[in-house]
Design a protein around this ligand. Structure first.
Ligand code: TYD
Length: 140
């Protein structure tokens, strides 16, 4: 199984009227999981690369609610893809066991990350060689 095949952009409903826009993200409706945790990243310089890990248990949806950034995903077998997050009503779904780098943050970037798991550092794989090994083991 290649988890990277499931990486995809999601589009959320926008309720707009003369008062402005309201974007709705419902667990199991607009994203493919129930949410347990959210965190957001802001104030990262353009040359900073964040992420640089894969998760054994957590799935994520990443939304640039303000500004822009890029996300590079890798499958540990030589395939990679780059997504530009540049609209506040779209999100990038990243399932488990996908390597991710977040970078090219605009000065006003606020990157909202939604997950289906509470934080557990033990389920993060932060070493790329270890990740490649885990991908191979998974497919044995
Ligand atoms: P890190 O995983 O390096 O952030 P990112 O992948 O988004 O660049 O996390 C930075 C620090 O924050 C690290 O010490 C772990 C801590 N942290 C938590 O305590 N809870 C969390 O939910 C997250 C995402 C990070």
């Amino acid at each position: 199984m290649n988890h990277m095949d499931q990486v995809r952009m999601l589009e959320f409903p926008v309720n707009g009227d003369e008062r402005g826009h309201l974007v709705i993200v419902e667990g199991l409706q607009d994203i493919p999981f129930e949410m347990k945790r959210l965190f957001y990243i802001f104030g990262s310089d353009p040359e900073v690369v964040r992420g640089q890990h894969a998760n054994r248990k957590s799935q994520f949806v990443l939304i640039n609610v303000a500004g822009t950034s890029k996300v590079k995903v890798k499958d540990g077998r030589g395939n990679e893809a780059i997504y530009c997050l540049n609209r506040p009503h779209t999100g990038l779904f990243i399932p488990t066991m996908v390597w991710k780098d977040m970078y090219d943050f605009s000065e006003d970037s606020v990157l909202l990350c939604i997950s289906d798991e509470h934080y557990d550092p033990a389920e993060y794989i932060r070493n790329y060689d270890e990740y490649v090994k885990a991908v191979l083991e998974e497919n044995e």
